[in-house]
Design a binder for this molecule. Structure first.
Ligand SMILES: Cc1ncc(COP(=O)(O)O)c(C=O)c1O
Length: 498
């Protein structure tokens, strides 16, 4: 492949390589099925680093123009070429408007490696829990049990209110085990906790209302606030979670209309807010008359240290909307979550839920209820906690061994290790290069209001991989990082030579 490279041009080299290949693919001279040269060969031919070529390939892959196969190279995609041939040349004006005004575009970037998920020999440090730990037999038995006992009843809309009564009773029991006293009447079943958050925002926010969040925070929450056109005010996260000591000042300055927090094993930092800070935050929300959304996506996955009370467990005045989910302990694909709230807001949320999607799959609500009620949930929780603890330990050992220049704190629960990279290493570039080595990681850029602020961190999920896979993935990630560091040095030396 002959690619003209202009080293003096402001456009980065990888962009130049990418643009040349892209125009070849779009013009059809690089036809579907064509194998691109190996990164090493093309790098040598062009006199650039392998990482430059790897980044160019990653960009093309992200846009669906090529597909990478571990061990057998990168091939021009067929799917994309066909899709383009059949797609309209110009969309109707109302559709073009949607493109221009879509506020959530920016966060669709930084997904290097997403296309690798599920391929053989790929180690993904993303995701929620390890679905392989869920007994398909037990889940299958729960679904069969529902069909056998409830019959066609299970296939109707069911109760178009707060959710299946039996499931709400079961959730109340799960919550009691976590120290939250809630009756079934205070529980609304939702399609995942993401819907709980969306409903809450729709109930209490108007476009333009600022939201106070931890920074960094859960990327899908940021995406939601962007969609709702609600600006976000970030409170820094310290070693013990949200810096609650900074909140009062930010509230006075920005007048937010809602506080969103993930106090227990926060995503992405894994930090846990101590009890006295939880009390302070609750008192502050009350003083300023602010709804406080507590996202408790992984609160019961504790490996060591003392249990902290849920903020909802401290709430006597209906200040807190507590979000829970079966996504990480059972499966995200079930789309079963719940929220706990009191007072008019609960009535509003229940009416809204019904207006928006009538109900969450009654069949799956019943199946989850069977699964939880027969005690399998608690047994599954105990087993999962034991296994994830070992994986957390394998991750910490592996990081110390394979990525010694990184800084990480040992999370006491949850799913994530939050890793600070050595100075000068970009998380985005590392994520792209790692994808080339068959390792999928989440660059920190995803979790910040201003993505560049997160370019010095990566988030690694230790729960989804076996200890063996963690060791393998970290060894590959370590080698990728060493290559990047060497490459940085070489390019600094080249620029000195010039
Ligand atoms: C902070 C946070 N909230 C919620 C969820 C799960 O959302 P859902 O129940 O909608 O699948 C996750 C999953 O990773 C999460 O990290």
């Amino acid at each position: 492949v002959r690619i003209p490279i202009d080293r003096d041009h402001a456009t980065p080299l990888y962009r130049q390589v990418e643009a040349a290949l892209r125009s070849g693919i779009e013009a059809g001279t690089l036809s579907p099925g064509t194998r691109l040269p190996a990164t090493r060969a093309l790098a040598r031919e062009l006199g650039v680093s392998r990482i430059t070529v790897g980044n160019a390939y990653a960009e093309l892959e992200r846009d669906g123009l090529v597909e990478a196969f571990i061990g057998s190279g990168t091939v021009v995609s067929a799917v994309r070429a066909t899709a383009r041939a059949h797609g309209p040349r110009e969309w109707p004006r109302w559709q073009q408007q949607l493109e221009v005004n879509d506020p959530a575009h920016r966060q669709d970037e930084d997904d290097a490696g997403a296309t690798l998920l599920g391929r053989p020999n790929v180690v993904s440090f993303t995701g929620v829990g390890d679905l392989r730990l869920l007994s398909m037999r037990d889940l299958g038995a729960a679904i069969r049990d529902v069909l056998r006992h409830d019959g066609v009843e299970a296939l109707g809309y069911g109760d178009l209110g707060a959710g299946q009564p039996a499931l709400r009773i079961a959730v109340a029991r799960v919550l009691a085990a976590q120290g939250i006293t809630a009756s079934a009447d205070q529980i609304l079943v939702t399609s995942g906790s993401q819907q709980g958050l969306a409903l809450t925002c729709q109930a209490v926010l108007r476009p333009g209302d600022p939201v106070l969040v931890e920074q960094p925070t859960y990327d899908h929450a940021l995406r939601l606030f962007a969609h709702l056109r609600c600006p976000v005010v970030g409170v820094p996260v310290g070693d013990d979670g949200m810096r609650v000591d900074l909140v009062e000042d930010l509230v006075r300055r920005h007048r937010p209309k809602l506080i969103y927090t993930v106090p227990t094993f926060q995503n992405p930092t894994g930090t846990c807010l101590p009890a006295h800070r939880r009390r302070e935050l609750l008192a502050l929300a009350r003083r300023h008359d602010l709804p406080l959304v507590e996202d408790d996506f992984a609160g019961d996955l504790r490996y060591d240290g003392r249990t902290q009370p849920a903020i909802k467990a401290l709430d006597r005045h209906g200040q807190v909307i507590h979000l829970g989910t079966f996504a990480k302990l059972l499966a995200p694909g079930l789309r079963i979550g719940y929220l706990v709230a009191d007072g008019p807001v609960l009535r509003r949320l229940t009416a809204q839920k019904r207006a928006l999607d009538l109900t969450t799959s009654p069949l799956l609500q019943r199946a989850v209820e069977r699964f939880v009620t027969v005690g399998r949930y608690q047994a599954h929780l105990r087993r999962t906690t034991r296994i994830y603890r070992l994986r957390r330990d394998a991750m910490m050992d592996g990081l110390a061994r394979e990525l010694p220049g990184c800084v990480v704190r040992r999370p006491t629960g949850g799913l994530f290790a939050w890793v600070r990279l050595p100075d000068g290493i970009s998380a985005r570039i590392l994520a792209r290069a790692a994808a080339g080595a068959g390792v999928v990681i989440a660059p920190g850029t995803r979790f910040f209001i201003e993505p560049n602020d997160g370019d010095g961190h990566i988030r690694l999920n230790f729960a989804t991989r076996t200890e063996e896979e963690i060791r393998d993935g970290l060894a590959r990630l370590g080698r990728t990082m060493t290559d990047l560091i060497d490459d940085n040095r070489a390019s600094i030396m080249r620029s000195h030579d010039r």
